[in-house]
Ligand binder design. Structure first.
Ligand SMILES: [Fe+2]
Length: 357
C-alpha cells in the first residue's frame, strides 16, 4: 500500500485501509474502489490522504504503531472522560484508562525497534481524541527509548492522554477560531493546562507525575511558555516529553486556522526548537525514532527521481530504502535503492515529499 494525498486521489483507486467518519463510524471499508462521490466525502471530512493498493505498492506493508482495535478502545475511554468533564458534576470519578495505557505500552514494547511511521488516518472531526492518543503514543515511545520502567510509563501515558482535558472548559468559539486570536482570547487558552490539572486533582486519583505532565505541557525549555514560564529542569521531565509530542502531532494535523504540515516539515520545526522551545535530550530521542518520510509516502530525490519509501532505519531517518518508479518526468520499471547502503547513491538526498503521484 502507499499513501496518496487527498488532492491526488483518482477515481478507481483501491482503498487499502478503512476510513472512519468521526471517531467510530466506518465510512469506507478497505478494498473499496474510489468513486467521485467517495472522493468528495474524503475531501469534505478533511482527510489529509488515504492509503491505496496498486501494482506499484501491493507488497508494501504499513504497520500501525498500535492496533486499530486498541486505538478505538482507547478513543472510547478517553471520550467518556472528556464528556464527563464537559457535563460537570461534583462526584469523584474512577479513572478508567489504566488498562488501555498498559496495553498501549505492551504493544509499543513489543515493537520497540520499530520506527514511528505516523501518517495518521484521521478526519478533522476526531481531532481531540486522536490527538490525545497520538501524544500518548509518541510520549511513551520517547519514555521507552529513555528506559523508563513500566510504572513510570503508565504515569506518563495517563498524563499525555489527559494533557488537554482543561480545554473542555474553554469555549469552542475560541478553540476553533479560524482567524488570529485576540490577546484576551489567547490568555483564556493559556488557562487550560492549569484548569486540566485542577480538574483531575479534584475529580480523580491521578499520580502526581501524570498531573504535572498536564500542567507543564505548554512550558518551554527557555522559560517563554505558559502557564508559569518555568524553564529547563523546573519543568517536569514528563512535561518536557509531552511538549514535543504535542507540538509534532498538532503540526501534522489539519486545524481550523491552518493546514497540516507534512511529517518532514513538522520535524524541521521540532529540530529548530531544540534548546529553546524543547529539551535537546528529548529532541535527540524523538528524531531517532520518528520518520520524517514515513513508509508508503512518495518522495522526490535530489537527482530528480521519484519513489516510494519502503523502510526507515532508526537514527538514519533521512536515508531510507526507496522504490524508484520515475526518473525526471519519465515513468520507469520500478527498482529499489538504499540511501543508506548503496555506494553510488550516497550523495543523493531526499528533496521533498512528492506533491503528485
Ligand atoms: Fe494543550
Amino acid at each position: 500500500m502507499r499513501f496518496i494525498p487527498t488532492n491526488c486521489l483518482q477515481e478507481g483507486m483501491q482503498l487499502a485501509k478503512p476510513l472512519y467518519k468521526g471517531d467510530h463510524d466506518l465510512m469506507l471499508a478497505a478494498g473499496i474502489k474510489l468513486t467521485p462521490c467517495y472522493i468528495s466525502s474524503i475531501v469534505r471530512l478533511r482527510y489529509q490522504g488515504v492509503y491505496i493498493d496498486d501494482n506499484l505498492s501491493k507488497d508494501i506493508e504499513v504497520v500501525n504503531i498500535i492496533s486499530d482495535e486498541l486505538r478505538r478502545e482507547t478513543m472510547a475511554a478517553i471520550s467518556k472522560i472528556f464528556v464527563t468533564a464537559e457535563q460537570g458534576g461534583r462526584v469523584k470519578h474512577k479513572l478508567d484508562i489504566n488498562k488501555q495505557v498498559g496495553n498501549i505500552i505492551d504493544e509499543l514494547l513489543n515493537n520497540r525497534n520499530m520506527m514511528v511511521n505516523m501518517m495518521d488516518l484521521r478526519s478533522f472531526d476526531s481531532y481531540t481524541y486522536s490527538h490525545s492518543i497520538n501524544v500518548a503514543v509518541l510520549s511513551i515511545i520517547i519514555g521507552i527509548t529513555m528506559n523508563y520502567k513500566k510504572d513510570d510509563l503508565v504515569k506518563l501515558g495517563i498524563g499525555a492522554l489527559l494533557h488537554d482535558i482543561g480545554k473542555v472548559f474553554i469555549s469552542k468559539e475560541i478553540l476553533n477560531k479560524a482567524g488570529p486570536l485576540t490577546a484576551a482570547e489567547y490568555n483564556t487558552i493559556k488557562l487550560h493546562p492549569q484548569m486540566g490539572y485542577d480538574y483531575v486533582v479534584e475529580k480523580y486519583l491521578v499520580p502526581i507525575l501524570s498531573r504535572v505532565t498536564i500542567a507543564d505541557h505548554h512550558e518551554k525549555y527557555d522559560g517563554t511558555g505558559y502557564p508559569r514560564g518555568k524553564k529547563k529542569s523546573e519543568i517536569s521531565f514528563f512535561g518536557r516529553i509531552a511538549a514535543v509530542a504535542d507540538v509534532y502531532d498538532a503540526l501534522t494535523s489539519e486545524r481550523p486556522y491552518r493546514k497540516a504540515l507534512n511529517p518532514s516539515d513538522a520535524m524541521e520545526y521540532i529540530m529548530a526548537g531544540s534548546g529553546t522551545q524543547f529539551d535537546p535530550d528529548v529532541i535527540q530521542i524523538f528524531t531517532r525514532k520518528v520518520a520524517p518520510f514515513p513508509v508508503g509516502t512518495t518522495v522526490v530525490l535530489s537527482n530528480g527521481w521519484t519513489g516510494i519509501v519502503l523502510e526507515n532505519y532508526e537514527s538514519l531517518c533521512l536515508r531510507p530504502r526507496i522504490r524508484i518508479f520515475r526518473q525526471g518526468s519519465q515513468d520507469v520499471e520500478p527498482f529499489e535503492i538504499s540511501l543508506k547502503d548503496d555506494f553510488q547513491y550516497l550523495n543523493v538526498t531526499i528533496k521533498e515529499p512528492a506533491d503528485s503521484v
